[in-house]
Ligand binder design. Structure first.
Ligand SMILES: [Zn+2]
Length: 264
Protein backbone atom coordinates (compact mmCIF):
# COMPACT_ATOMS: atom_id res chain seq x y z
CA UNK A 1 0.00 0.00 0.00
CA UNK A 2 1.34 3.41 -1.00
CA UNK A 3 0.08 6.36 1.06
CA UNK A 4 1.05 9.81 -0.20
CA UNK A 5 -0.18 13.37 -0.09
CA UNK A 6 -0.65 14.03 -3.81
CA UNK A 7 -1.57 12.33 -7.05
CA UNK A 8 1.92 11.90 -8.70
CA UNK A 9 3.98 11.48 -5.47
CA UNK A 10 4.07 7.69 -5.84
CA UNK A 11 5.09 7.89 -9.49
CA UNK A 12 8.07 10.15 -8.72
CA UNK A 13 9.39 8.04 -5.87
CA UNK A 14 8.39 4.43 -6.34
CA UNK A 15 6.60 3.69 -9.64
CA UNK A 16 9.51 1.47 -10.71
CA UNK A 17 9.17 -0.60 -7.55
CA UNK A 18 5.41 -0.78 -8.09
CA UNK A 19 5.83 -1.97 -11.70
CA UNK A 20 8.43 -4.54 -10.67
CA UNK A 21 6.50 -5.93 -7.70
CA UNK A 22 3.19 -6.02 -9.63
CA UNK A 23 4.97 -8.16 -12.26
CA UNK A 24 6.02 -10.46 -9.42
CA UNK A 25 2.38 -10.82 -8.32
CA UNK A 26 2.14 -8.19 -5.56
CA UNK A 27 -1.22 -6.43 -5.19
CA UNK A 28 -0.92 -2.66 -4.70
CA UNK A 29 -3.34 -0.12 -3.29
CA UNK A 30 -2.73 3.59 -3.69
CA UNK A 31 -4.13 5.98 -1.10
CA UNK A 32 -3.86 9.66 -2.03
CA UNK A 33 -4.60 11.81 1.00
CA UNK A 34 -5.26 15.14 -0.77
CA UNK A 35 -7.16 16.05 -3.92
CA UNK A 36 -4.23 17.70 -5.74
CA UNK A 37 -6.22 20.92 -6.24
CA UNK A 38 -3.29 23.29 -5.53
CA UNK A 39 -0.95 21.94 -8.20
CA UNK A 40 -1.15 24.66 -10.85
CA UNK A 41 0.21 28.16 -11.60
CA UNK A 42 -2.32 28.67 -14.43
CA UNK A 43 -4.62 31.63 -13.63
CA UNK A 44 -7.31 30.09 -15.87
CA UNK A 45 -7.36 26.90 -13.81
CA UNK A 46 -9.78 26.36 -10.91
CA UNK A 47 -9.32 24.09 -7.92
CA UNK A 48 -12.55 22.28 -8.81
CA UNK A 49 -11.34 21.45 -12.33
CA UNK A 50 -7.82 20.56 -11.24
CA UNK A 51 -8.94 18.03 -8.65
CA UNK A 52 -10.88 16.14 -11.35
CA UNK A 53 -7.91 16.29 -13.75
CA UNK A 54 -5.48 15.06 -11.13
CA UNK A 55 -7.65 12.19 -9.94
CA UNK A 56 -8.07 10.98 -13.52
CA UNK A 57 -4.31 11.33 -14.15
CA UNK A 58 -3.65 9.25 -11.04
CA UNK A 59 -6.10 6.57 -12.14
CA UNK A 60 -4.37 6.38 -15.52
CA UNK A 61 -0.90 6.12 -13.94
CA UNK A 62 -2.19 3.35 -11.67
CA UNK A 63 -3.66 1.53 -14.67
CA UNK A 64 -0.29 1.70 -16.48
CA UNK A 65 1.49 0.23 -13.45
CA UNK A 66 -1.12 -2.42 -12.65
CA UNK A 67 -2.14 -0.96 -9.28
CA UNK A 68 -5.34 -2.71 -8.21
CA UNK A 69 -7.04 -0.12 -5.99
CA UNK A 70 -6.84 3.67 -5.96
CA UNK A 71 -8.35 5.51 -2.99
CA UNK A 72 -8.68 9.31 -2.78
CA UNK A 73 -9.30 10.72 0.68
CA UNK A 74 -9.81 14.18 -0.88
CA UNK A 75 -8.47 16.41 1.88
CA UNK A 76 -7.55 19.86 0.51
CA UNK A 77 -4.18 19.97 -1.24
CA UNK A 78 -1.79 22.38 0.46
CA UNK A 79 -3.73 22.53 3.72
CA UNK A 80 -2.94 19.09 5.11
CA UNK A 81 -2.23 18.70 8.83
CA UNK A 82 -1.98 15.46 10.83
CA UNK A 83 -5.36 16.06 12.48
CA UNK A 84 -7.37 13.29 14.08
CA UNK A 85 -9.77 13.33 11.09
CA UNK A 86 -6.93 12.68 8.65
CA UNK A 87 -5.47 10.06 10.99
CA UNK A 88 -8.83 8.27 11.23
CA UNK A 89 -9.27 8.32 7.44
CA UNK A 90 -5.82 6.82 6.83
CA UNK A 91 -6.13 4.27 9.65
CA UNK A 92 -9.49 3.21 8.19
CA UNK A 93 -7.89 2.47 4.79
CA UNK A 94 -5.04 0.51 6.39
CA UNK A 95 -7.55 -1.55 8.38
CA UNK A 96 -9.63 -2.17 5.24
CA UNK A 97 -6.74 -3.13 2.91
CA UNK A 98 -4.47 -4.75 5.56
CA UNK A 99 -1.18 -4.31 3.66
CA UNK A 100 1.98 -6.32 4.38
CA UNK A 101 4.08 -3.29 3.45
CA UNK A 102 3.31 0.45 3.49
CA UNK A 103 5.24 2.99 1.43
CA UNK A 104 5.31 6.71 2.20
CA UNK A 105 7.75 9.62 2.41
CA UNK A 106 10.13 10.35 5.27
CA UNK A 107 8.41 12.89 7.55
CA UNK A 108 11.77 14.00 8.96
CA UNK A 109 12.83 15.34 5.54
CA UNK A 110 12.29 19.09 5.90
CA UNK A 111 14.55 19.90 2.95
CA UNK A 112 17.11 18.12 0.76
CA UNK A 113 19.76 20.15 -1.02
CA UNK A 114 17.90 23.24 -2.22
CA UNK A 115 14.55 21.43 -2.30
CA UNK A 116 12.16 22.51 0.46
CA UNK A 117 9.84 19.60 1.13
CA UNK A 118 6.13 20.26 0.66
CA UNK A 119 4.31 20.44 4.02
CA UNK A 120 1.62 18.03 2.74
CA UNK A 121 4.35 15.41 2.17
CA UNK A 122 5.53 15.84 5.75
CA UNK A 123 1.97 15.76 7.12
CA UNK A 124 0.90 12.68 5.13
CA UNK A 125 4.05 10.79 6.14
CA UNK A 126 3.55 11.85 9.75
CA UNK A 127 0.01 10.48 9.63
CA UNK A 128 1.34 7.17 8.28
CA UNK A 129 3.83 6.92 11.15
CA UNK A 130 1.02 7.63 13.61
CA UNK A 131 -1.03 4.90 11.93
CA UNK A 132 1.75 2.37 12.62
CA UNK A 133 1.66 3.38 16.27
CA UNK A 134 -1.07 3.77 17.44
CA UNK A 135 -3.91 4.60 14.99
CA UNK A 136 -4.23 1.48 12.80
CA UNK A 137 -2.57 -1.02 15.12
CA UNK A 138 -4.09 -0.40 18.54
CA UNK A 139 -7.55 -1.63 19.46
CA UNK A 140 -8.48 1.07 21.95
CA UNK A 141 -7.25 3.83 19.61
CA UNK A 142 -10.11 5.13 17.45
CA UNK A 143 -12.37 2.34 18.86
CA UNK A 144 -15.22 3.46 16.59
CA UNK A 145 -13.36 1.80 13.70
CA UNK A 146 -13.91 -1.68 15.07
CA UNK A 147 -17.00 -0.99 17.16
CA UNK A 148 -19.02 0.69 14.38
CA UNK A 149 -17.25 -0.35 11.18
CA UNK A 150 -15.93 -3.82 12.16
CA UNK A 151 -12.40 -2.84 11.12
CA UNK A 152 -9.90 -4.80 13.19
CA UNK A 153 -6.50 -3.30 14.10
CA UNK A 154 -3.69 -3.94 11.64
CA UNK A 155 0.07 -3.47 11.64
CA UNK A 156 2.11 -4.07 8.48
CA UNK A 157 5.29 -6.16 8.38
CA UNK A 158 7.39 -3.25 7.15
CA UNK A 159 7.36 0.45 6.35
CA UNK A 160 9.33 1.76 3.37
CA UNK A 161 10.19 5.48 3.49
CA UNK A 162 11.13 7.14 0.22
CA UNK A 163 14.74 8.20 0.61
CA UNK A 164 15.89 11.61 -0.66
CA UNK A 165 19.62 11.08 -0.43
CA UNK A 166 21.40 9.93 2.73
CA UNK A 167 21.69 6.32 3.78
CA UNK A 168 19.23 3.79 2.33
CA UNK A 169 18.37 0.31 3.56
CA UNK A 170 16.88 -0.93 0.29
CA UNK A 171 18.06 0.00 -3.20
CA UNK A 172 15.72 -1.57 -5.72
CA UNK A 173 16.95 -2.19 -9.25
CA UNK A 174 14.25 -0.85 -11.57
CA UNK A 175 16.29 -0.85 -14.79
CA UNK A 176 13.95 -3.39 -16.43
CA UNK A 177 10.81 -1.32 -15.77
CA UNK A 178 12.14 2.22 -16.03
CA UNK A 179 10.18 3.00 -19.23
CA UNK A 180 6.94 1.90 -17.52
CA UNK A 181 7.77 4.28 -14.68
CA UNK A 182 8.35 7.14 -17.14
CA UNK A 183 5.06 6.38 -18.91
CA UNK A 184 3.19 6.42 -15.57
CA UNK A 185 4.92 9.67 -14.60
CA UNK A 186 3.90 11.28 -17.90
CA UNK A 187 0.27 10.33 -17.23
CA UNK A 188 0.42 13.32 -14.83
CA UNK A 189 0.27 15.71 -17.78
CA UNK A 190 -0.82 18.65 -15.62
CA UNK A 191 2.34 18.27 -13.50
CA UNK A 192 5.24 17.19 -15.67
CA UNK A 193 6.47 17.99 -19.20
CA UNK A 194 8.09 15.21 -21.23
CA UNK A 195 11.45 17.10 -21.13
CA UNK A 196 11.39 17.14 -17.32
CA UNK A 197 11.64 13.35 -16.99
CA UNK A 198 15.40 13.70 -17.58
CA UNK A 199 15.90 14.98 -14.05
CA UNK A 200 13.92 12.03 -12.71
CA UNK A 201 16.19 9.69 -14.69
CA UNK A 202 19.09 11.52 -13.04
CA UNK A 203 17.76 10.73 -9.54
CA UNK A 204 17.26 7.09 -10.46
CA UNK A 205 20.82 6.82 -11.85
CA UNK A 206 22.15 8.45 -8.69
CA UNK A 207 20.16 6.02 -6.49
CA UNK A 208 21.57 3.05 -8.43
CA UNK A 209 25.24 4.06 -8.21
CA UNK A 210 26.00 2.37 -4.87
CA UNK A 211 24.86 -1.00 -6.23
CA UNK A 212 25.92 -0.60 -9.85
CA UNK A 213 22.30 -0.53 -11.11
CA UNK A 214 21.46 1.63 -14.12
CA UNK A 215 18.27 2.89 -12.49
CA UNK A 216 17.10 2.40 -8.92
CA UNK A 217 14.73 3.62 -6.22
CA UNK A 218 15.98 3.89 -2.64
CA UNK A 219 14.15 3.49 0.66
CA UNK A 220 14.72 3.51 4.37
CA UNK A 221 13.07 0.39 5.80
CA UNK A 222 11.51 -0.20 9.20
CA UNK A 223 11.06 -3.93 9.67
CA UNK A 224 8.33 -4.76 12.17
CA UNK A 225 8.51 -8.54 11.79
CA UNK A 226 11.50 -8.72 14.14
CA UNK A 227 9.59 -6.60 16.62
CA UNK A 228 6.43 -8.70 16.26
CA UNK A 229 8.47 -11.87 16.86
CA UNK A 230 10.34 -10.53 19.89
CA UNK A 231 7.94 -11.56 22.71
CA UNK A 232 7.80 -15.09 21.26
CA UNK A 233 11.56 -15.44 21.00
CA UNK A 234 11.63 -16.21 24.70
CA UNK A 235 9.84 -19.46 23.89
CA UNK A 236 12.43 -20.47 21.31
CA UNK A 237 14.74 -22.51 23.61
CA UNK A 238 11.81 -24.71 24.66
CA UNK A 239 10.84 -25.28 21.03
CA UNK A 240 14.43 -26.20 20.25
CA UNK A 241 14.54 -28.74 23.09
CA UNK A 242 11.42 -30.36 21.68
CA UNK A 243 12.87 -30.44 18.21
CA UNK A 244 16.12 -31.93 19.50
CA UNK A 245 14.26 -34.85 21.07
CA UNK A 246 12.33 -35.49 17.92
CA UNK A 247 14.65 -38.12 16.48
CA UNK A 248 12.47 -41.04 17.58
CA UNK A 249 9.10 -39.36 16.88
CA UNK A 250 7.35 -38.50 13.60
CA UNK A 251 8.57 -35.27 12.09
CA UNK A 252 5.74 -32.84 12.91
CA UNK A 253 6.56 -31.65 16.45
CA UNK A 254 8.67 -28.62 15.54
CA UNK A 255 6.26 -27.14 13.05
CA UNK A 256 3.37 -25.76 15.09
CA UNK A 257 5.65 -23.41 17.01
CA UNK A 258 7.26 -22.20 13.79
CA UNK A 259 3.87 -21.61 12.20
CA UNK A 260 2.71 -19.79 15.34
CA UNK A 261 5.65 -17.46 15.15
CA UNK A 262 5.14 -16.48 11.53
CA UNK A 263 1.47 -15.66 11.85
CA UNK A 264 1.79 -13.79 15.14
ZN1 LIG B 1 3.62 15.96 -3.82
Amino acid sequence: MAIYAHPDDAEFGMAGTVAKWVKAGVEFTYCMVTNGASGSQDPEMTRARLREIRMSEQREAARILGVKNVVFLEFEDGYLEPTIDVRRAVARQIRIHRPDVIFTMDPTTRYAGSYVNHPDHIAAAEVVLRSINPDASTRQMLPELWQNEKLEPHKPKALFLMSLGGKSDAIIDISSVVETKIKALLAHGSQIEPEAVEFVRGWMREAGKAKGYRYAEAFKVLNFEEENARPRERKAPRARVRRASRSTTPSRRGRPSRRGRSTG
